[in-house]
Ligand binder design. Structure first.
Ligand code: G1P
Ligand code: ZN
Length: 560
């Protein structure tokens, strides 16, 4: 069908600045005339001349506005010289699936439509993010370029008359101003499922899950929280691993996630935690809206902190065929993540990197062959098989560890702590605070802790005393491209290795969210109750930051 592109005049919108992971705003903002179009034009333009004749992947977590945005993107790509698009059926692709598709197809990049774990629906959030040719989120230099372009945009290009049915797989070819433009609507799950089969030993896992090798089927509760993972979970755990239907729940992706807040943590995955705490399960797991986050719990809802999850997987990594084949390079974690994996790295003689918050900081290290496993305390775990964190991958990694050791989750953790000691960890989130007082709080705290007189000070609470070793606003120099990222979070490190970290979220769509992270290491006292072990340091953090005074909050909205 022969069609032609047209140019539409527009004016800049304020605040089209991608945050920790893409641009996230309320749906109401994205549906304003030209808002989405402007941002997409800037993404395409930020690629420069590479966009001509390129292949891009497009898909998202199925939340409200995904389909509409996908159609806009198809029409704009057609007008901007892209020659081929891989589009998930109904606009659906999990974030790990997009990363995998970009890499497998050697695409120029991908446009991911998601606000991740933020609630969806007409009254809630939408998001757009660009991933580069390595499959990972665009680095700061690229997102800054997008933002700069957004402040000066005057027009965008679109093929308004292009009609495409994304509800069925198939290939459509169009003639745009004399050049071919191909849209492949692809099955959302098959490439990803095949990728997982290459990484893990599915035959072994199937015998383990179905009970053939152990004499009893594994009791699992896998909760997709009405997010995008539903169809992937059914294909992997039911069809391929032989689990029974009652092992998976909330597997129909819904535009508003059924009203759930699709964030797999102890607060928002309440149904999972309650069910597993009452029932007789070997493993419980949940994912976020776009499938990159995971939470793992054991029998009686024994909670595995994401920092510990990373360390345990690191310890057993070689039980996974992918790592037997490709070797084990270094490990990495984001700065606020507890340093449990550092201890495993030290024992195994591997490099361990500490990067700022956000998955984009792992990509360069992976591309340089220095990193194969990484994680964040925010329920992110993943490896160099793609350039995003990967929720389902993490569950398959845990099943591999369970199968390999023949042990339950609690026993695996206790054994780990007996070898390495334990990093007690918690994160307090104070959501939707007013921005100005939070900025004032951060500024006052930075001034206080970076004063040379701060180092050496002692703080006591609940019978424990902590002496400040160093304190700073974390900055990071990428070991590969030497780019520097400053002001990545306030950090107080005490003599015994315990840490207080405070930063403002970069993923919210309105107001400010304060995140307070507490990491307390114990070599021998490893079986204590986390909330009790962490209380003294929490009180000290609240005292130093004066958080209640600045925010007016006496309690966090979410504790993980
Ligand atoms: C949060 C998490 C961070 C994660 C990001 C995207 O960012 O803290 O670890 O990479 O979501 O999933 P934040 O809101 O803290 O900026
Ligand atoms: Zn996510």
């Amino acid at each position: 069908m022969a069609l032609s592109a047209s140019t539409v005049k527009t004016t800049p919108f304020e605040g089209q600045k991608p945050g920790t992971s893409g641009l996230r705003k309320k749906v109401k903002v994205f549906v304003e005339p030209n808002y989405t179009e402007n941002f997409i034009q800037c993404i395409l333009d930020a690629n420069g001349s590479a966009i001509n004749g390129s292949l891009l992947v497009v898909g998202g977590d199925g939340r409200y506005y995904c389909k509409k945005a996908t159609e806009i993107i198809v029409r704009m790509c057609a007008a901007n010289g892209v020659s081929r698009l891989l589009v998930g059926q109904n606009g659906i692709l999990s974030t790990p699936a997009v990363s995998s598709l970009i890499r497998h197809n050697k695409a120029l990049g991908g446009i991911v439509l998601t606000a991740s774990h933020n609630p969806g629906g007409p009254e809630n959030d939408f998001g757009i993010k660009f991933n580069c040719e390595n499959g990972g989120p665009a680095p700061d230099a690229f997102t800054n370029k997008i933002y700069d372009l957004s402040t000066a945009i005057k027009e965008y290009k679109i093929v308004a008359g292009l009609q495409i049915d994304i509800s069925k797989p198939g290939t459509s070819t169009f003639d745009i101003n004399g050049k071919p433009f191909v849209v492949d609507v692809i099955d959302s799950v098959s490439n990803y499922v095949n990728h997982m089969k290459e990484i893990f030993d599915f035959a072994k896992l199937r015998d383990y899950v179905s009970g053939k090798s152990t004499g009893k089927p594994l009791k699992m509760r896998i909760d997709s929280m009405n997010g995008v993972t539903g169809s992937y979970v059914r294909e992997i755990f039911l069809t391929n691993l032989g689990a029974s239907e009652d092992c998976v729940v909330h597997t129909t992706p819904l535009e508003d996630f059924g009203g759930l807040h699709p964030d797999p943590n102890l607060t928002y995955a309440k149904d999972l935690v309650e069910t597993v705490s009452k029932g007789d399960y070997d493993i419980g797991a949940a994912f976020d809206g776009d499938g990159d986050r995971n939470m793992i719990i054991g029998n009686k809802a024994f909670f595995v902190t994401p920092s510990d999850s990373l360390a345990v997987i690191a310890h057993y990594l070689e039980c996974i065929p992918y790592f037997q084949k490709n070797g084990v390079q270094g490990f990495a974690r984001s700065m606020p993540t507890a340093s449990a994996v550092d201890l495993v790295g030290a024992k195994l003689g591997k490099e361990v990197f500490e990067v700022p918050t956000g998955w984009k900081y792992f990509g360069n290290l992976m591309d340089a062959g220095r990193l194969c496993l990484c994680g964040e305390e925010s329920f992110g775990t993943g490896s160099n098989h793609i350039r995003e964190k990967d929720g389902i991958w993490a569950v398959l990694a845990w099943l591999s560890v369970m199968q390999h050791t023949g042990k339950g989750i609690e026993e695996i953790l206790k054994n780990h702590w007996s070898i390495y000691g334990r990093n007690y960890f918690t994160r307090y989130d104070y959501e939707e605070c007013d921005l100005d007082p939070c900025n004032q709080m951060m500024a006052a705290m930075e001034k206080n802790i970076t004063n040379p007189a701060f180092a050496g000070k002692s703080y006591s609470s609940g019978g424990k005393t902590y002496k400040v070793k160093v304190a700073d606003n974390f900055s990071y120099t990428d070991p590969v491209d030497k780019s520097v990222s400053t002001k990545q979070g306030l950090r107080i490190v005490f003599e015994d290795g315990s840490r207080i970290v405070m930063r403002l979220s970069g993923t919210g769509s309105s107001g400010a969210t304060v995140r307070l992270y507490i990491d307390s290491y114990e070599k021998d006292n490893v079986l204590g109750k986390a909330s009790e072990m962490l209380k003294p340091l929490i009180d000290i953090a609240l005292e130093i930051s004066e958080l209640p005074k600045f925010t007016g909050r006496n309690a966090p909205t979410v504790i993980t």
